[in-house]
Write a protein that binds this ligand. Structure first.
Ligand code: MG
Length: 234
């Protein structure tokens, strides 16, 4: 199995800094195993940027399963706060793929960044948002139409940096040539709908796809930092 990915990250049109982090920092290819990830930091001022960067660095250098990488990234945030108490309260989302040489893509996820699979023209979300509105939706308290405008839409229920002990969702998906995968921060999916995301993923190359997502999210207002990684399976 061969993987080819493209990455893009942008501050958006409102925020002064980009608190999202991603890995790898540039486009690339691999036969696997390879880890790709997005992290969306929070905490205000420089803290959010620091949280996503510290967590990303630790997740990448850690060995073991994706779950172990996320656990290590979580601890790294607490260590950073010990060294710099002014950063207390910072946190980050984290969603990762491990692109397997066996043709299986494994993922781990905490927060409201997303992983999608685009196969045969159909887009499906592999992860579940850890947000208050996603919980309301599951309980039927609100309808899908109400999500985009709900006052609590950005409230997340799980993130790295909140507790030393963390609940991590994991899963896996066998992939084949022609499949595409997307990791993105909520600056993408909060600004453009699934149909529009699918149109971007249908473009000729992963490079075109990621930059089209950034451009569309900005055109829709760019309210948040925008990060996308598109992986093509060959
Ligand atoms: Mg965000």
């Amino acid at each position: 199995m061969s993987y080819h990915w493209a990455v893009a990250t942008d501050r958006g049109r409102i925020r002064k800094i980009n608190e999202d982090s991603l890995y790898p920092p540039t486009s690339g290819r691999s036969e696997g195993p390879a880890v790709v990830l997005v992290a969306d930091g929070m905490g205000g001022h420089i803290a959010g940027e620091r949280a996503s960067a510290v967590a990303t660095e630790r997740a990448v250098e850690s060995k073991g399963s994706l779950k172990e990488r996320v656990e290590a990234a979580n601890i790294a945030i607490f260590e950073e706060i010990d060294r710099h108490p002014e950063l207390a309260g910072m946190g980050t989302t984290m969603t990762l793929f491990e692109l397997g040489e066996d043709g299986v893509v494994r993922f781990a996820h905490v927060g409201d960044s997303r992983a999608y699979l685009f196969r045969d023209g159909e887009l499906s979300q592999l992860t579940t948002d850890h947000t208050v509105v996603a919980e309301y939706l599951r309980r039927g308290t609100i309808t899908p139409d109400e999500v985009a405008t709900h006052p609590q839409r950005s409230l997340i229920t799980r993130a790295l940096g909140l507790q030393p002990d963390i609940e991590i969702d994991t899963g896996e998906e066998p992939v084949g040539p022609g499949d595409r995968l997307l990791l993105c921060s909520d600056g993408v999916n909060a600004m453009i709908d699934d149909e529009s995301i699918a149109d971007s993923l249908d473009l000729e190359t992963p490079e075109e796809a990621v930059w089209d997502l950034v451009e569309k999210a900005n055109r829709a207002g760019g309210h948040d930092n925008i990060t996308a990684i598109v992986v093509q399976v060959d």
